[in-house]
Design a protein around this ligand. Sequence first.
Ligand code: AVJ
Length: 366
Amino acid sequence: MLLQKNERESLFAEVDPAFRGDVLKGLGIKPRAIPARWLYDRRGSELFEAITALPEYYPTRTERSILSCAVSDIAALIGPKRAVVEFGSGSSTKTPILLSEVSPTAYVPIDISAEFLRESVTALSAAFPNLPIFPIEGDFTGTLGLPEAIDGMARLGFFPGSTIGNLLVSDAVDLLRVMAATLGADSMLLIGIDRIKDANILLPAYDDAQGVTAAFNLNLLHRINRELSGTVPVDAVSHVVRWNDVEARIEMHLKAARDVQFSVDGRIFSMASGETIHTENSFKYAVRDARVLLRAGGWTPIADWTDQKEFFSLILAKVGTAVSAPNHVNGRAIFRVMGPHKGDEGRVELFYAYGKMYVQALGQQD
Ligand code: AVJ
């Protein structure tokens, strides 16, 4: 029997035990939720690429045009002789725009997908034959060692695409702090963050007329059926998008159109008509929210750029946060909303004083 390449892969590829664990756990809890990272298998990544070209999906093209306009200012602000470290480099079309203007001393793309990494290294070394490239295959949410070859070079982290929006706010702070630790002293970070805007713009961006985003979301169920011997009746499930205004996030769900029963990995699950599985969050940050987020994450924003419609922010930050006045105020209201964090060297507190929000870095926890 001759099999298509993807069928061969599904028959013989090892199923990630963490995928099985997350799916079985996520289907068993209420509300049901499966971590968004499992949307991005090969097919999911291809569908996401297709999403970035949709007329309704403004973030990718908006960020690219902001970067094109801002890149000479950025180059002036960061100065020469930096190594550019890109988090989740994927198949980004933004990278060459940055690299051609900032003349980096080295480029370090980090990605979990070895295949994407190979493709981007091939393309970029053709375009920039004199640029030393040191790819790292790995998960940038954990602490990673950077290659020795860039020891002693100041670094610019590049984290485009509003990928930070996939994370809960507390996890986003952790990640920013891990990035600060990885990039080290004198580093800078160029990060793209999608803004809060009218739901009439946000909702179609995640529920396009051609149904590509629906296919992207439903692909998770096909993946479960294929890799975990699932019997999920995909036809009875639909793609649903919600704007959660309290959390300031877009949510993607998979909603049962009727009562359904199915098995996954030998376990039986049932969903009542109308019940959903929460599959992805995409947090949005207003201009000042993004600044507070960065400061809580151990970075000081120094410049930001946006597009004409003010849909998206591109922010440049430098590592470190000064202790903010007025930390001496007696009886200040302290809202300990985050921390202690993974990879922590200190703690951060957000507090209000004189009607404003402040971020305060605290010393080592005793
Ligand atoms: C890859 C997380 C930036 O949230 O806009 C797009 C993912 N999901 N359409 C986003 C996504 C559905 C995307 N990020």
